[in-house]
Design a binder for this molecule. Sequence first.
Ligand SMILES: Nc1nc2c(c(=O)[nH]1)N[C@H]1C(S)=C(S)[C@@H](COP(=O)(O)O)O[C@H]1N2
Ligand SMILES: [Mo]
Length: 315
Amino acid sequence: MLIRRPDDIAPSEITASDVYRRRREFVQAAGMLALGAAAGAFAGRSQAQQGVKFAGIAKSAFSTSEKPNTFKDIAGYNNFYEFGTDKDDPAAYAGRLRTRPWTVVVEGEVHKPRTFAIEELLKFPLEERIYRLRCVEAWSMVIPWIGFEFNRIARLVEPTSRAKFVEFHTAVQPETMPGVRLPVLEWPYVEGLRIDEAMHPLTILSVGLYDQVLPNQCGAPIRLVVPWKYGFKSGKSIVRIRFVEKQPRIAWEKAAPHEYGFYSNVNPNVDHPRWSQRREKRLPAFFANRETVIFNGYGEQVAKLYAGMDLKKFY
Ligand SMILES: Nc1nc2c(c(=O)[nH]1)N[C@H]1C(S)=C(S)[C@@H](COP(=O)(O)O)O[C@H]1N2
Ligand SMILES: [Mo]
């Protein structure tokens, strides 16, 4: 979801060579990192977790019965701008992400701030949650996540009465992420939820998919998943969670405030300024011929969170 896509920018504003140059800058940045990675030992270490398997994961009643996409689809077509803006950049470059040691700081308006090592988080009772994921760009997938409800963390840190929102800060590793050298978004990528949205049982932190640890390109070692909202609300590679009083300004809102709002609930009745949200392309399909459902089909569980709110205004 580039702020403006080449096809709707007048040729007078941007030339093919600009696009080519930006792409080349990115590839150069990535190439420089590859040399660094080959020279240092960290490349091997960073990949040590990839492919590690889980066993005996409980099934969740919150799963959809729709057929999940293949592992190849899910791990081969990604948005993770820290590794580049093309759909295949994350799979190509995120192998270098260092996922150990990894901690998640939980702080702000809480009685018991705490730093969790990823090893502790992996000991939470994990379940499989098969969810639809609908990107604001109008493609969708069905993904069998492994994870736990975010509210488990919240209960341990005990939010104060002033905690009205939750911020999710994602990792910035300039030495492994070629994308953060370019001003595509403000880094770190910060996302946020209202506290009742965060505490909702459908909101999970995911640590795996299918039977293995999250592939780096999907947000290893831990990422948020909020299935009734557009995909960009689901921040990847989370390092910091802050309970706050004021509604945060999120990464895409800062980049393009007329296009992306804080709530970003999936809604076929509220078009993106540059495209319709009526339909979606369910990968690997080529055409957007599937009707998009309000709240991505989770309305029965979540519509009550927005009772009395004008969803056209709070988009
Ligand atoms: N840190 C970070 N998180 C991110 C993004 C990103 O660029 N950086 N992209 C978002 C978008 S736009 C989508 S659609 C989902 C995609 O998740 P997936 O690649 O696992 O399907 O991740 C979201 N989380
Ligand atoms: Mo997205």
